[in-house]
Each structure stands twice: as C-alpha cells, then as structure tokens.
Design a protein around this ligand. Structure first.
Ligand code: 13P
Length: 342
C-alpha cells in the first residue's frame, strides 16, 4: 500500500467544486433504465451511451472521476482509444464498481447483503492495470418498521471494510457506500437514526481492518423522509440532519464525502447538496456522485434519437454537472436551471 498515492487520489476525487459521475449501472439496472425510454439494451447501445458520457465536452471542469462498469472499462471509445485511457487524458479519474450486487441476507427477510469479496484481490490487480484509480462498493440498507437489523448493518459494514482493505493494498481508493434506501414511508427522523447506525458501524469495521481513513471516500445517502412519507423533507431539513448525522458518525480525517441521488429528482438532489454546503463547517468536502440525478435528462434526450441527439444529450450532461459543481460549493440557485440551453 502506498499511502501517498491513496491520499493524492482521494484529494483529486474531491477537488474543489468537482464530483463524480456514476456510470456503473449493472446490466440489470441498465436494462431497466433503457427499457423506460425504449432503447434496446444491447452491448453496442450501452457502449454508445457510455461513449457519450465519457467524451462529453466540458465535463472535466466539474467532474473529477467517472465510475465505470466492468464491461465499460474493457471497451474502446469510438475514437479507438480505450475508455480507461480517454478519461485520464481529459484529467478525469477512471473508477470501477467492484461489488457483485446485493443478495437476500440469510434469515433476514427483506434485507440484503452485498457480495463480491471472493477473488477480489486478483480482480483489483487487473483493474489497476486497466487504469482504475478508485473503486466502489454499494451496500443496501432497507428501511422498514423493524429493519434494518443489526445483523444487516454489521454484515454489510464488515464486507465493505474487507473490500476497502483490499483496495488500499492495490493503491486503489475505496468508495464505501452504505445506502439507506429512500423507498418507503419512513420519517426523516427514522432515516437519521438508520444513517447514523450504518455509518458508525461502517467506520468501526474500517478501523478494525486498519483501513487508512485519508484514503477512503464515503458515498453517503442523504438523511431524508421516505418517498411515500406523508411529510416530505425540505432542502433545509435534509441539509441540517444530514450534516448532523455525518458529524456524529464519520471520522473527520477521511478523504471526503460524496452523495448518491437515490431516486431524488434531478433538481432536488442538486438543491439538497447546495443547502448542505451553504451550512458548511464540515471537516470534509461534500460533493456528488450521482447516477440518475445527472443522467436522467441525458438518457431522455439521447433516447429520442440515439444517432442525432448525442451533442444535445452531452450538453445536458455538462449542464447538470455544472449545477452540481456549483452545489458542491454552495453557490447554486434554482433560477440557473432556466439557462440549460438543451
Ligand atoms: P443514484 O445517484 O442513481 O442513486 O446512483 C448512485 C450510485 O452509484 C448508486 O451506487
């Protein structure tokens, strides 16, 4: 493990006003997203869509890294250069999703544990050779009346800590992502409670596995009421409670924090991030690592004519990246949404 490389990469990932684009959807998720807009989910279409994202003009001003899927890191862009080489040429770090997805947790109906540790050391060595500088592992924490159980939180936290240790051994910065799902009708207070419990356990397990905090990025879910809750959360509530939860459970010396969008609306995810950065005073940079909240308009525009709408879709990607970059600095305002120009 080279501590300097890890610290440097983490700093680059969370550079002022920059965040990540998550473009690492599994084939199943990709199928769902493409089905929703009527584009056949073939390998060629996935490649064309990811080419659009990775080569979008201007995004390097706002984006420090792109999280790729195993399929994409092995593919070549239309220019003939592998995607994993196109990104660093633009000053963008290539990342890789390495977990194998969530499966049902034994004896715990309705709960999941993420798999993917078997053979991970060798896979990481290969990804490092292919150019990956950071990795992602997503754990799913479902919120319900009697869940998550401590068994679920612990199993996921332990797996993430073992993953993070293996990443650091390969000089790859681990993103740990314990995602409290927004699905359900839970209150924001309940989301707070679950978020704190999951984060505290995750960082306890990371410390037990001797993972170097400065070389870890947390991908957090925001503290927010469930999508079906009668009382929805305002940006101010989300910001205050998320910042409080993070201060309560995340060590001050980790590399930084990025958020997932988790099914929030595009502008809602931007507004909530902005509200957090307006509060400020956190020991970490707070930025974005969105998939849906950045890609929704992009996929929609592209799907209307996948041959001719590439440039328009790319300007939508650059625009949403810019809005989120401003939100990462607390300087976004919703009026700016009028100037999108696509
Ligand atoms: P969403 O922003 O769509 O939640 O996706 C982020 C992500 O990468 C989940 O792992």
């Amino acid at each position: 493990m080279n501590a300097d490389i890890l610290k440097k990469t983490a700093k680059q990932m969370i550079a002022q006003g920059k965040g990540l684009i998550a473009a690492d959807e599994s084939s199943g998720t990709c199928q769902k997203r493409f089905d929703a807009v009527g584009v056949p989910c073939t390998e060629e279409n996935r490649r064309a869509y990811r080419d659009l994202i990775i080569t979008a003009p201007g995004i390097e001003q706002y984006v420090s890294g792109v999280i790729l899927h195993d399929e994409t890191i092995r593919q070549t862009s239309f220019s003939g250069t592998p995607f994993a080489e196109v990104l660093p040429k633009r000053g963008i770090l290539p990342g890789i999703k390495v977990d194998k997805g969530p499966v049902d947790l034994g004896l715990h109906p309705g709960e999941k544990v993420t798999e993917g540790l078997d053979g991970l050391r060798d896979r990481l060595a290969e990804y490092a050779k292919l150019g990956a500088r950071f990795a992602k592992w997503r754990a799913v924490i479902t919120i319900g009346p009697d869940i998550p159980s401590s068994a679920c939180i612990r199993a996921n936290a332990h797996a993430m800590a073992r993953y993070a240790a293996l990443c650091q051994e390969s000089d790859i910065v681990p993103i740990v992502e314990p995602e409290g799902l927004i699905d359900g009708d839970h209150t924001i207070e309940r989301s707070y409670e679950v978020t704190v419990a999951a984060l505290a356990k995750t960082f306890k397990e990371l410390a037990e596995q001797d993972v170097m905090p400065e070389g870890v990025i947390l991908k957090a879910s925001m503290v927010i009421a469930g999508k079906k809750a009668p009382k929805q959360s305002t940006p101010q509530e989300v910001a205050e409670m998320t910042v409080r939860a993070l201060k309560e459970s995340v060590p001050a010396n980790i590399g930084g924090i990025v958020f997932l969008s988790g099914g929030q609306g595009d502008e809602q995810a931007t507004e909530n991030l902005n509200a957090m950065n307006k509060i400020g005073g956190t020991p970490w940079a707070l930025s974005f690592s969105y998939s849906r909240a950045i890609q929704n308009p992009v996929l929609k525009i592209w799907s209307q004519d996948i041959k001719r709408n590439v440039a328009r879709a790319q300007s939508a990607l650059a625009f949403r990246s810019k809005m989120n970059s401003l939100a990462a600095q607390g300087t976004y305002a919703s009026e700016m949404e009028k100037d999108h120009g696509y």
